[in-house]
Design a protein around this ligand. Structure first.
Ligand SMILES: [Zn+2]
Ligand SMILES: [Zn+2]
Length: 314
């Protein structure tokens, strides 16, 4: 099978002119024929790029040669080259590289939690007592198909709601050692800073490299299920546990579907039987609306087998 590679990376670094970096990135990615999504802000860069092994190698070399972007920890996944994982190339300048919705100077990575390697994080969970809590730094729909054992999952659907969750649950963290994690580490950098700045937790730690790096070292460890990702793969299996349940019939399942009703577009877990019965809609209501052509249909997304993912390149 023909394989390509997805690179996931970020770097918090002061960028004086994100607009200029955006133009350079566009030139670089276009020249290398890469697709993906890159966000730039004065606080740094956050990217996912997709291409052949040679193209992605050349990208890493160019990044490493740039004065701002040396020593980036690129996480890679080999994927089946027959699929499209990104709808083209999207490069944007925003206020933040993850949407926490807070001033990048007031809540910065300088205040972030202590980094723990996957091995140290694993050990910390193994030794965890009454005063340790594991906190998911992601959205609830991501945790629905994969999470660390006994983790607290904030009931949020957007990262920008994380600070509000912390504010409303301060007592939960009082005098606790908090072990935080997210997909690749980027969100914890500032989410852990927010929690630390509250001055309520005894200590705040963050998993370096996120679930991605942990799963490479501990595929059968404390993380169970799938690692949710923001490309066409949707979720990458770490082990065989199925954490999710069908939103319609509660069968054990971890396959996401987007409602075919373009005006609903709900992202939900649906078992094959329910998805078939409701013809890719999320409910009887949406099924009727689509059947009676009262709403436009969303373009159907191709289902991609993510089984090749997370094989490290040596
Ligand atoms: Zn079902
Ligand atoms: Zn719907």
């Amino acid at each position: 099978m023909n394989t390509k590679r997805i690179l996931l990376y970020y770097k918090y670094v002061s960028i004086a002119d994100p607009q200029a970096i955006m133009l350079w990135q566009r030139e670089l990615c276009t020249a290398l024929n890469l697709s993906g999504r890159i966000v730039l802000a004065t606080e740094g860069i956050n990217g996912t790029v997709y291409g052949t092994i040679e193209q992605t190698n050349a990208y890493m070399v160019a990044m490493n040669d740039h004065e701002l972007f040396g020593n980036i920890d690129f996480k890679d996944s080999l994927v089946n080259a027959e699929h499209e994982y990104f709808p083209g190339l999207q490069i944007k300048v925003k206020d933040e590289i993850t949407n926490l919705g807070l001033d990048v100077n007031e809540v910065s990575t300088a205040h972030g939690g202590k980094h723990l390697s996957p091995a140290a994080f694993h050990e910390a969970i193994a030794q965890a007592g009454q005063n340790t809590i594991v906190l998911d730094g992601r959205n609830q729909y991501e945790a629905a198909v994969g999470a660390f054992k006994d983790a607290i999952v904030p009931p949020i659907d957007h990262f920008r709601d994380f600070p509000g969750y912390i504010d409303q649950n301060l007592d939960l963290f009082k005098d606790k050692e908090v072990l935080m994690y997210c997909t690749g580490g980027i969100r914890c950098e500032r989410a852990s800073a927010y929690l630390k700045l509250k001055g309520i937790a005894k200590e705040v730690y963050q998993l370096e490299g996120g679930i991605h790096r942990y799963a490479e070292q501990f595929p059968d460890g404390f993380f169970r299920g799938k690692n949710y990702v923001f490309d066409a793969r949707i979720a990458v299996p770490v082990n065989d546990d199925i954490l999710g349940t069908c939103a319609l019939c509660s069968t054990s399942c971890d396959e996401f579907t987007n409602c075919l009703n373009a005006k609903c577009n709900k992202h939900f877990i649906g078992c094959p039987a329910c998805v078939k019965t409701l013809e890719n809609t999320c409910s009887e209501v949406c099924f009727q609306l689509v059947t009676e052509e009262k709403v436009p249909k969303r373009p159907m997304r191709q289902r991609i087998d993510p089984s090749l993912n997370n094989q490290p390149i040596l």
